[in-house]
Design a protein around this ligand. Structure first.
Ligand code: ZN
Ligand code: ZN
Ligand code: FE
Length: 764
């Protein structure tokens, strides 16, 4: 008699909707095993029976050969008594939605599907809705759980016999691929151009022709529309900038292949892997040559690869016409509004921008913008977390009752927790725009429905006037307010599972401080459950408040006045010559009387001020334009560093920017280049921050430093500071899976509430 064993195997992680059961089924056949596999509440459960050696290897191979889109968090094995079963089957999963079910994120077109749809003989040749269990739409089409076709916007399409055979054959790549479709039975595109409508291949051919001719079109993608045009023709780009009211703000481009990306930009291994990943974000790459139109003044260009079969089909048709260049693909929205998700929204909002619209009849249920990532200090870091990443959960160091963290007002994303998992929403945007507040509420309804959570605690920013705080106030449940920069720092601790005391450095544009002032460069000491502010940039007045982020000469004038006192005009020479005299006088008087000059410790505004002082930018048309252009001038060479002072304030150690301002003004007036001033400034900030951090960490006995806040999207600063801190023996952590900007703040808020932090409070 043959000796057999039987094992029960529980696999947890992202294992549903990604081809996991067929993977297990095929392996079981290969090892001659009997038993079954099914989806259940916890993930995938397998029972396997056969020769001991085969069962053991089968279990190893489950993880080793896992489907590309899956993620295994744990595999546990229990011994069972063999039953003598002879066959292996895919068992039906339970009909009701399991409490722990995971909704998969959207997956970029896989290699197998790409090959098929580019093969002229294939039945899916250039079919824009080709997908399989390894790729295709997921989150953006799902309406409810459990995730099956009826719960998606594919419900209205009945599979043809051919597709149904694929769908029901466990050995087929399309076994249980919920959005499975073909030209016979699936969705189709529709082009509206010049008052005419086109469908199918004619629509695609015509669209390629219009793009080639330099027209701007609205193209339906996975989570919304893009506005697209050739990136290499100035007139189209100028028109696009005019209609989007974005005179300089960088546009992302899509290139047909990794090879094409490498022609335009330097691509590291990490960046190449990100471009080709199933998340397929926009990756910020270092530009090689003079091709600067889409991102004027910047050394980096946002690049992505075709991530839907529709994109692949268009690029294939463009290639036939001899065009292999990049296309601008920017979010199809008006400035700061949610991305358009259907043709009606496009005709309402983008009519002036797009001369044609390529839409399709597979509705988008959940809007999701493109995600944006960059590499810094050897790791890929997200700057915008949306399509491809949402709604993947992030494991927290501990769990609790479900809660909602509302995030902040700029680059809003909120966070729901279920047990010890945190689910960030897709990028919602700027909540000062009422349409984004609607988007917030709509997404909150959808996401809490999909996750089956009803949050009893609502966490929000300490800022009393934030729209996110108002939304929090309108929802039922206990409220917890969290200081902005504490939440930033805690977002790092949360994503790295850090429970021990640490020093947080939050460098940011603005955030409401516990003393009612505008904070933005905070050194925070976190105990196990408490926190306090231990250091910051010395307060300086910000004439006109937030306008200073755009009129960079305002914070510059405030700092120059601090640095040189009443004799500032003489000391500044012609530094402010481009600022109209009347404006300059008004702001000078504001500074003297203190009228509308809130005190701030904002590191973002210091960067803005130095972008002015260095001669890089007088006025910005988008947030952080000056600092980004200033960073673009860095060549990696050392040119010395500007010194910051260190003074003991009432409760904190304070960094004084005045010596650095004096030195930079002197340099500028002596004709030192903006590139050198930029290098000295960046190095100066890193030096000042590291010496203060080392001192504070030493005093408090801390070994770990967490870096967060929007300013740490500055790669040069992040890398320089990390090196300096590590050299001093400190462990340095920074954001990677959530943005360091306000897009990641909800995660820190959630962790604040779950871990029961308390500490600095608002001045009553
Ligand atoms: Zn595929
Ligand atoms: Zn079909
Ligand atoms: Fe912030």
């Amino acid at each position: 008699m043959i000796y057999t064993i039987r094992r029960k195997i529980l696999v947890k992680g992202v294992v549903q909707g990604v081809g996991f059961r067929p993977h297990v089924y095929k392996l079981a056949l290969a090892y001659g095993l009997a038993g079954w596999v099914k989806n259940d509440a916890a993930g995938v459960t397998v029972e396997a029976e056969g020769l001991p050696q085969n069962v053991r290897e089968f279990i190893r191979e489950i993880s080793r050969r896992k489907p590309p889109a899956s993620r295994i968090d744990s595999v546990s094995v229990l011994p069972l008594t063999p039953t003598g079963e002879k066959l292996f089957a895919i068992a039906k999963s339970g009909g009701h939605a399991p409490a722990g079910a995971v909704i998969p994120a959207d997956l970029a077109l896989c290699g197998d599907c790409r090959r098929e749809m580019l093969a002229p003989r294939d039945r899916r040749y250039l079919y824009p809705f080709t997908n399989c269990t390894n790729c295709g739409p997921r989150f953006t089409i799902v309406k409810s759980v459990p995730y099956d076709r009826q719960a998606t916007t594919m419900a209205g399409f009945a599979m043809c016999p051919h597709c149904l055979r694929e769908y029901t054959n466990p050995l087929d790549r399309r076994f249980h691929a919920q959005p499975n479709a073909c030209p016979v039975c699936g969705p189709d595109v529709e082009l509206s151009a010049g008052g005419k409508k086109y469908a199918g291949m004619a629509a695609l051919e015509k669209t390629a022709g219009l793009l080639l001719a330099g027209r701007i079109g609205a193209l339906q993608s996975l989570g919304g529309f893009h506005l697209a045009c050739r990136a290499d023709t100035a007139p189209a780009l100028r028109r696009l900038r005019a209609v989007k009211r974005r005179p300089h703000k960088p546009f992302a481009v899509m290139v047909p292949s990794l090879a094409a990306a490498k022609k335009l930009c330097l691509v590291s291994k990490t960046e190449a892997a990100a471009l080709a990943s199933s998340e397929a974000p926009v990756v910020m790459l270092r530009r090689k040559g003079a091709f600067s139109e889409p991102a004027p003044g910047l050394s980096r260009l946002g690049v992505m690869l075709p991530y839907t079969p529709l994109h692949a089909a268009l690029f294939a048709l463009l290639a036939k016409k001899g065009f292999a260049g990049p296309l601008v693909m920017t979010s199809g929205n008006l400035r700061d509004e949610p991305i358009c998700k259907d043709a009606a929204e496009v005709s309402g909002r983008l009519a002036a921008a797009a001369s044609f619209t390529l839409s399709h009849n597979r509705p988008i249920h959940n809007r999701a913008d493109d995600s944006v990532a960059f590499e810094a200090a050897g790791e890929l870091r997200l700057a915008r977390r949306a399509r491809g990443y949402v709604p993947a959960g992030i494991k927290l160091p501990a769990g609790g009752a479900p809660l909602l963290a509302c995030g902040a007002d700029l680059k809003n994303a909120f966070c729901l927790t279920r047990g010890s998992e945190a689910f960030l929403s897709q990028h919602i945007g700027d909540l000062s725009e009422p349409k984004n507040q609607e988007f917030f509420r709509e997404t909150l309804g959808k996401l809490s429905g999909l996750l089956k959570v009803r949050p009893g605690v609502i966490v929000h920013d300490l800022h009393p006037d934030y729209a996110s705080s108002f939304i929090a106030g309108s929802l039922p449940g206990a409220k917890i307010a969290v200081q902005h920069h504490a939440a930033h720092a805690l977002s790092v601790a949360a994503e790295h599972g850090l429970k021990d005391p640490f020093l947080g450095i939050s460098f940011d544009g603005t955030g409401y401080g516990a003393d009612g002032k505008i904070w933005g460069s905070e050194f925070l000491v976190f105990g196990k459950h408490t926190w306090r502010r231990a250091g910051h940039l010395k307060y300086f007045p910000l004439p006109g408040g937030d306008i200073g982020a755009f009129e960079t000469w305002r914070p510059a004038l405030a700092l120059v006045k601090e640095a040189f006192g009443p004799a500032w005009r003489k000391a500044a020479g012609d530094l402010f010559k481009k600022v109209p005299g009347a404006k300059l006088n008004t702001v000078e008087r504001m500074l003297e009387t203190g009228l509308n000059c809130p005190a701030t410790s904002s590191m973002g505004r210091i960067f803005d001020a130095f972008s002015f002082i260095s001669g890089v930018r007088d006025e910005a048309t988008y947030e952080a334009q000056g600092p980004m252009e200033m960073e673009s001038l860095l060549d990696g060479k050392k040119h010395g560093e500007y010194a910051f002072g260190l003074v003991q304030g009432e409760t904190c150690l304070e960094l004084d920017p005045v010596p650095a301002v004096r030195a930079a003004v002197t340099d500028r007036l002596a004709g030192v280049s903006a590139a050198v001033i930029s290098a000295r400034f960046h190095a100066g900030v890193a030096a000042a921050a590291s010496s203060l951090a080392i001192k504070l960490a030493g005093e408090a006995g801390l070994e770990t430093v967490c870096l967060s806040g929007g300013v740490f999207q500055n790669r040069a600063l992040l890398e320089d500071l990390a090196v300096r801190l590590s050299r001093a023996g400190l462990k340095v952590l920074a954001n990677s899976r959530v943005p360091s900007n306000d897009g990641g703040i909800a995660l820190g808020q959630a962790w604040y509430a779950i871990n029961g932090y308390s500490g600095e409070r608002a001045a009553e």
